[in-house]
Design a protein. Structure first.
Length: 86
């Protein structure tokens, strides 16, 4: 899977590009989420926070925000990029 090589910190744009298959589309998605500036060349403050997270940390953070549980209460599956409760 192409996204498996972009699991670490500082790979937010590269990982999303691999997931959607197009860099311009990935930039548009990140701009819409407020993670990239309008020119698409720099991360916003929130985008920098997300970019400094690994894919696992982002998945746990998403689940945590959705459920209200601690990120530590989830187990990450790198194949599916999803988490499950312990």
């Amino acid at each position: 899977m192409a996204t498996q090589k972009f699991m670490g910190r500082g790979k937010l744009l590269e990982r999303l590009t691999a997931q959607v298959g197009d860099r311009k589309l990935a930039i548009g998605i990140l701009q819409k989420r407020g993670h990239l500036t309008s020119d698409g060349k720099a991360y916003t403050e929130e985008g920098m926070k997300r970019n400094l997270m690994t894919a696992e940390e982002r998945a746990k953070d998403r689940a945590s925000k959705y459920t209200g549980r601690s990120p530590k209460s989830f187990k990450y599956n790198p194949i599916t990029n999803s988490v499950k409760n312990f």
